[in-house]
Design a protein around this ligand. Structure first.
Ligand code: HEM
Length: 216
């Protein structure tokens, strides 16, 4: 099985959660870099269709993720990593979809089955395992903050977009330094008080979150 190359959660017992999650998803990250879409990005070109499809999926994914985070905002294992002002993507994605599809964008968007499976898992985690939300938030937001600037530039050049139109998703106006913000986010992850079972669950969920992204 492909995931067997990953370091297994039970093999990791020392160091902080932010380190553990990085180690346990290392191979998943490599696979995520090698999807067709990400390879297009690395070749420096993305098509309009590819970007529109990505935005449609991201809309559904962030709608479910941010709804789950909002609903559990005061949960002990969510509150420290709850940063709606800095991270919220849904309003930006809506703006981008409106740019490409016009005001009736809601009627025009469609998403693949893989995205619906991801959404379903996010809803389930939100209601049954809020302590695993950190795994999903980490996978999306830290990924967006890490590669987002580069992907944004490639999208802009490939599609000849002007004045940042259609590119709101990549922009985090409330984060002045992604590097510093990621440090803060990691320290908040490390402050979560999790039982051993919960910690393992979070690590497994992070691997699952990467897999869901790869399938999208
Ligand atoms: C073209 C494809 C990609 C490239 C070249 C890439 C590259 C990188 C690089 C260089 C970093 C390290 C940044 C740093 O240490 O500050 C990083 C971090 C990260 N990436 Fe990616 N990435 C890609 C795709 C993805 C995808 C598809 C996901 C998941 C949806 C993802 C999730 C993450 C996460 C969660 C981190 C934070 C790791 C940590 O600091 O713990 N990446 N990426």
């Amino acid at each position: 099985m492909e995931t067997s190359k990953n370091v297994q959660p039970e093999q990791i017992t020392d160091s902080d959660l932010s380190e553990q999650i990085k180690v346990v998803t290392k191979d998943s990250h490599t696979r995520a870099e090698n999807t067709e879409l990400m390879l297009s990005y690395q070749r420096g070109h993305v098509s309009l269709t590819q970007y529109q499809m990505l935005l449609c999926s991201l809309y559904k994914i962030y709608e479910a993720l941010e709804e789950a985070l909002d609903r559990n905002a005061t949960h002990d294992a969510v509150a420290p990593i709850y940063f709606p002002l800095e991270l919220e993507r849904l309003p930006s994605i809506r703006k981008d979809l409106e740019h490409f599809y016009g005001q009736s964008w809601r009627e025009k968007i469609s998403v693949p089955a893989a995205t619906l499976r991801y959404v379903q898992r996010l809803r389930q985690v939100g209601s049954e395992h809020p302590e695993y939300l950190v795994a999903h938030a980490y996978t999306r937001y830290l990924g967006d903050l890490s590669g987002g600037q580069v992907l944004g530039r490639i999208t802009q050049k490939s599609l000849g977009l002007k004045n940042g139109e259609g590119l709101s998703f990549f922009s985090f106006p409330a984060v002045s330094s992604p590097t510093l913000f990621k440090q803060l986010y990691r320290s908040r992850m490390n402050s979560l008080e999790l039982t051993e079972e919960q910690r393992r669950g979070v690590l497994e969920e992070a691997v699952a979150a990467f897999q869901l992204n790869i399938q999208v």
